[in-house]
Design a protein around this ligand. Structure first.
Ligand code: C2E
Ligand code: CA
Ligand code: CA
Ligand code: CA
Length: 284
């Protein structure tokens, strides 16, 4: 792992890592890694497409492995889910992120609240302490629930019965935003959306990728247009991820998307990156 450009880390080369570390090796190292504080969080800014202002960031966890350098979440989150370590790890991510949002907001009284989005895995969703842990963390840290957004994947909610939805519904009633992540990759019945306590659709990166070429595929455009119209008719905001070019951003703005995230704006980075961007907003 190395620090590039001073303010962000490159993920270690995945292929080299795959050769060097076995799944088993990583899995058994996970609990000690949490105890030793080897995990850290990068934050990727969320930008309002209308005026370009920074509204907050998504928390993305990384593992700074003492031998193998930085390991991305796609490599270890599935292992942590498999062993159950995702519950304490996810709680740590939540608390860290909530503290960070509190710090940003305290430093930017005039920029308006900066929000933080935290990913929840299916096992966390099913955990009986989800609501009480979340409430406890928000109260202890002193962050208003409206500054927190929990992202759950579409696939985690497919076929969800009321028991699974109840905790999410309680969080939503408290003012926590729930976002449906990776939207469009699952098979959810669109009519089902009404039943879910979500306020944000996060359109999967695959849609944005379809707009890389100019002119974009008209069918892709129609699909996104349809999703945005449906979302807005249900009072849901639309966030798009994986925006890599200005042309994509323009197109997505024209299609009515509300918020964007992607390399075009900023890569995931240390918490101060958000501070600097918000500061730049305030002075521009
Ligand atoms: P995700 O929630 O869909 O997060 C977005 C992923 O897209 C991130 O990958 C981000 O770095 C990447 N990305 C952002 N902008 C761009 C772009 O413009 N182009 C491209 N090609 N990629 C972009 P990352 O950080 O590797 O995270 C991968 C996945 O790991 C996340 O996907 C999420 O499902 C999971 N994850 C990350 N942190 C956590 C966590 O704290 N808890 C849980 N349960 N899952 C997490
Ligand atoms: Ca996410
Ligand atoms: Ca996503
Ligand atoms: Ca994804």
């Amino acid at each position: 792992a190395k620090s590039a450009g001073g303010n962000r880390f490159e993920l270690a080369d995945p292929e080299a890592d795959a050769r060097a570390i076995t799944r088993h090796g990583l899995t058994t190292a996970l609990p000690a890694a949490l105890e030793r504080g080897e995990f850290f969080i990068e934050y990727q800014p969320l930008v309002h497409l209308g005026d370009g202002s920074v509204r907050g960031a998504e928390a993305l966890v990384r593992w700074l492995h003492p031998q193998h350098g930085i390991i991305g979440p796609d490599r270890f989150i599935p292992l942590a889910e498999h062993t159950g370590l995702i519950v304490p790890l996810g709680r740590w991510v939540l608390e860290e992120s909530v503290r960070q949002a509190r710090t940003w907001t305290a430093r930017h009284k005039d920029a308006g609240p900066l929000r933080v989005n935290v990913n929840l895995s299916p096992m966390q969703l099913n955990h009986p302490n989800l609501v009480s842990d979340t409430v406890e963390i928000l109260e202890r840290v002193g962050l208003e629930p409206g500054a927190l957004c929990l992202e759950v994947t579409e696939s985690a909610l497919i076929g969800a019965d009321d028991d699974l939805l109840k905790p999410l519904r309680r969080l939503a009633e408290m003012g926590v935003d729930i976002a449906l992540d990776d939207f469009g990759t699952g098979y959810s019945n669109l009519a089902n959306l009404r039943r879910l306590p979500v306020s944000i659709l996060k359109l999967d990166r695959s849609f944005t990728q379809g707009m890389q070429h100019f002119p974009a595929d008209p069918v892709d455009l129609k699909i996104v247009e349809g999703i945005v119209a449906l979302a807005h008719s249900l009072d849901l905001a639309v966030t798009v991820e994986g925006v890599e070019t200005g042309a994509q951003a323009d197109q997505l703005r024209e299609l009515g998307c509300d918020t964007a995230q992607g390399w075009y704006y900023a890569r995931p980075g240390p918490p101060d990156q958000l501070h600097e961007l918000a500061l730049a907003d305030a002075t521009s």
